[in-house]
Design a protein around this ligand. Structure first.
Ligand code: GCB
Length: 591
C-alpha cells in the first residue's frame, strides 16, 4: 500500500466540486495593500519559473499548491502536475509569445519558484507583482495568501508570517480568461495576452512601512499626504532642492500638510524634477517629483496658467515579438517616435501601461493621458464589476500620481449611454478626483451619428470630452465631421482621443481602403476639418504602431489592427506619419 496524503482524497472529491475556486477569489490584494516602492532596494524574483497551462483549473481543484516539494520520483500519488519539475518560462513574459501552442490559450497557468530569505526578527517582507493578466492567486509554502483582479496594475502581498528560514516555494496561479464581469470584458480590440508580464520583487521593511506618499502643487503650496502602517508616530519629509524639511504628525497612520514653496514649474519645455525623501520609524522612500498645475477653464486646458494644445498620439503596450512585455528601450523608442511626430502628449490606451512610461515621460517632458480598461460593453449593473473598476482606478492613481507628466485620468472608452453606465462612470470620475484633486478627468465619449452632434450625458461629469471619431473610415463621409463640428457647442475642452484608418504596408492595395494612400489622404482631410474647431484642444490619433488583435482577420489585417502610422516592426513609417508631423510642427508654432 502507498502512504497517501489527504490530497489524494481531495483530488477525487474535487471532481464534483464546481465551487472549487470560491475560497481563492477574496480580492484581498488591492489598492489598500500596496506599499510605496519608489527608492527602495527590491530583490528581483525575475528569471526562470516552472510553468504549466491549466485549462480546466485542475490545479485549484486538486490543490497543487499543497504538494510537498519532493522529487517527482518520490511521490506516492498519481499527480497530474508536479510544480517543482518540468518546463520553465522566463518571468516577466506573455505565454502567447513563448510557444505556438499557447497562442490562443485562455485560462489558468501556474508559475512556481523557490527563494531563500533570512528575514531578521522585527522585519517585514512584501512581494510586489508589477502586473499579471488578469486574476493572480498567490501561495507561499502551500498557504493561500490572497488574490488580485486587474491585469495592468501592481499589487503587493505581505509574506512576513508565511516566509520560512530555509527554501520557500512561491506559486502564482494566473488566469486571463475573458468573462462578462471583468474589465475589460469579453470583447476588445487588443490582444488578450496572459501571464506575469511585469517585474516581481521582494521588499524588506522595518515594522513601520510607508504605504503611500503623494505630493502635488496647489494655490497654497505643495500638498503632502502620506499613509504609514506601523508603530511610528511621525514622519520626516525633505525636498533638498527647495531647502525644505518638515516633520509630519501621524494620526491613525495618516499625515497631511501643506508646505509653502515656490518650485520651478515642470513643463514640456522645462521638465524640472525634485528629489523627495520620506522616512518614518526606520523606513524610508524617495521619489523624483515635478510640480505643475493643470486646469481647465471654459474650453481651454491650461498648463501652469497657459493655454495649451495637446499634440498627441495614442499607443498600445504591444510588441510583435514580446506581446505586452516592454522594456525601457521599447518605451524610449516609442517616445522618441512620438517626439519625431512633434508630440507633446500621448494617450496610453486602454489600460495602465508599465510604470516606467510615466517616469520616462516625466524626465522627457511629455504629457500623458492614462486610463483603465472600462472599454465598450462593461457589466455596468454588476456591483462586483464596479468594485473591480474602482480598485483598478485607485491602484493606477496611487502608482502614478507623483508623475507630473500625467495630466488626465480617463475613466472609460466608448461605452453605451445607459443609466447604469452613467452612474458607474460618474462614480469613477468622483473617485479619480477624491484620489487626486490635481488632475483632469476624461473619457472617450459618444457622438450621436444620426443627429451629428457630440452627445453623451457623461460629458457633464468630466473635465475633458474625449471623442473617438472615424469619419471617412467607419463613418462614410468626411463632411459629416464638419456637421458634428458645427452642431456641437461643448462647454469644456474636447480632445479627439481617436481618429485613424488602416493601411497595410505589405500587401495593401495602391488606392482605396487599407492603402497607404488612403490613410494619408484620411489624415489630410481630418486635419483640414479639425483645425477649424476652436473647442478642440488636442488630438491623439489612432495609433502610433500597428498592434496585434484577435478580431482583425481581413486579408490586409492578418491578426493586426493596421491603423499605425508606423508598422508593427516599429520601424517602417507610413506616409501619414509625415502629414501629421507637418500639422504638429505648425501647431507647435501656433498653439
Ligand atoms: C476604437 C477603439 C479602439 C479601436 C479603434 C479601431 O474606437 O477605441 O480600441 O482599436 O476604434 O481601430 O477601430
Amino acid at each position: 500500500m502507498l502512504e497517501r496524503s489527504d490530497l489524494a482524497g481531495n483530488a477525487l472529491s474535487a471532481l464534483h466540486d464546481e465551487d472549487y475556486d470560491r475560497p481563492y477569489n477574496l480580492q484581498n490584494l488591492n489598492a489598500e495593500t500596496l506599499i510605496f516602492t519608489s527608492g527602495r532596494n527590491g530583490r528581483s524574483l525575475d528569471g526562470d519559473w516552472n510553468f504549466c497551462v491549466d485549462l480546466l483549473d485542475t490545479g485549484l481543484r486538486q490543490k497543487w499548491f499543497a504538494l510537498a516539494p519532493v522529487a517527482s520520483s518520490e511521490r506516492t500519488e498519481p499527480w497530474d502536475y508536479d510544480p517543482f519539475d518540468g518546463d520553465t518560462v522566463p518571468v516577466p513574459s506573455c505565454w502567447q509569445m513563448l510557444n505556438e501552442r499557447w497562442y490562443f490559450f485562455e485560462g489558468s497557468a501556474w508559475y512556481t519558484r523557490s527563494f531563500s530569505h533570512d528575514l531578521p526578527p522585527e522585519k517585514r517582507l512584501f512581494l510586489r507583482v508589477g502586473a499579471a493578466q488578469y486574476d493572480c492567486k498567490v501561495f507561499l509554502n502551500g498557504q493561500f495568501l490572497g488574490n488580485h483582479y486587474g491585469g495592468s496594475t501592481p499589487f503587493c502581498v505581505e509574506l512576513t508570517e508565511a516566509v520560512g528560514s530555509g527554501e520557500n516555494w512561491l506559486m502564482l496561479c494566473v488566469n486571463n480568461r475573458r468573462t462578462r464581469d471583468r474589465l475589460p470584458m469579453r470583447n476588445t480590440d487588443w490582444f488578450n495576452y496572459g501571464g506575469v508580464y511585469r517585474e516581481v520583487e521582494l521588499f524588506e521593511t522595518p515594522q513601520t512601512v510607508i504605504r503611500d506618499l503623494f505630493l502635488y502643487l496647489h494655490d497654497d503650496g505643495i500638498h503632502v499626504e502620506a499613509t504609514i502602517d506601523g508603530p511610528a508616530t511621525e514622519a520626516h519629509l525633505a525636498i533638498p532642492g527647495l531647502g525644505l524639511t518638515a516633520t509630519l504628525d501621524l494620526s491613525k497612520g495618516r499625515a497631511r500638510t501643506v508646505l509653502q514653496a515656490h518650485p520651478d514649474l515642470w513643463s514640456p519645455e522645462s521638465p524640472v524634477l525634485y528629489d523627495v525623501t520620506l522616512s518614518a520609524g526606520g523606513d524610508s522612500v524617495s521619489d523624483k517629483v515635478g510640480f505643475r498645475r493643470i486646469e481647465r477653464r471654459g474650453t481651454s486646458i491650461l498648463l501652469n496658467g497657459q493655454p495649451i494644445f495637446l499634440r498627441g498620439i495614442s499607443v498600445h503596450e504591444d510588441d510583435e515579438l514580446q506581446g505586452k512585455l516592454t522594456s525601457e528601450e521599447d518605451i524610449r523608442r516609442r517616445f522618441a517616435h512620438a517626439r519625431e511626430l512633434g508630440c507633446n502628449f500621448l494617450r496610453l490606451a486602454h489600460y495602465p501601461h508599465h510604470e516606467m512610461a510615466a517616469r520616462i515621460a516625466d524626465e522627457m517632458g511629455l504629457m500623458l493621458w492614462e486610463e483603465i480598461p472600462v472599454y465598450w460593453a462593461i457589466d455596468f449593473a454588476n456591483p462586483a464589476t464596479r468594485h473591480d473598476a474602482e480598485n483598478q482606478l485607485s491602484e493606477l492613481i496611487r502608482r502614478d500620481r507623483n508623475r507630473a507628466s500625467v495630466i488626465i485620468w480617463s475613466v472609460g472608452n466608448e461605452n453605451p449611454d445607459t443609466d447604469e453606465r452613467l452612474d458607474f462612470m460618474k462614480g469613477l470620475a468622483d473617485r479619480a478626483r477624491a484620489e487626486d484633486p490635481s488632475r483632469l478627468t476624461s473619457a472617450a465619449c459618444l457622438i450621436n451619428h444620426h443627429d451629428l452632434v457630440i452627445e453623451d450625458r457623461l460629458a457633464a461629469y468630466i473635465d475633458v470630452i474625449g471623442i473617438n471619431e472615424y469619419y471617412g473610415w467607419y463613418e462614410e463621409n468626411f463632411s459629416d465631421l464638419e456637421a458634428v463640428g458645427a452642431n456641437s457647442h461643448p462647454d469644456r475642452p474636447v480632445v479627439i482621443s481617436e481618429t485613424g484608418a488602416d493601411a497595410d504596408h505589405i500587401a495593401g492595395p495602391d488606392t482605396g481602403l487599407f492603402s497607404l494612400a488612403y490613410q494619408a489622404d484620411y489624415y489630410r482631410r481630418q486635419i483640414e476639418i479639425l483645425r477649424k474647431l476652436d473647442y478642440v484642444k488636442g488630438m491623439t490619433p489612432w495609433i502610433l504602431y500597428d498592434f496585434r488583435v484577435e478580431r482583425r482577420q481581413g486579408i490586409y489585417q492578418r491578426g493586426f489592427n493596421r491603423k499605425g502610422l508606423i508598422a508593427a516592426d516599429k520601424k517602417t513609417r507610413k506616409p501619414a506619419f509625415d502629414i501629421l508631423a507637418a500639422y504638429y510642427a505648425e501647431r507647435a508654432e501656433k498653439p
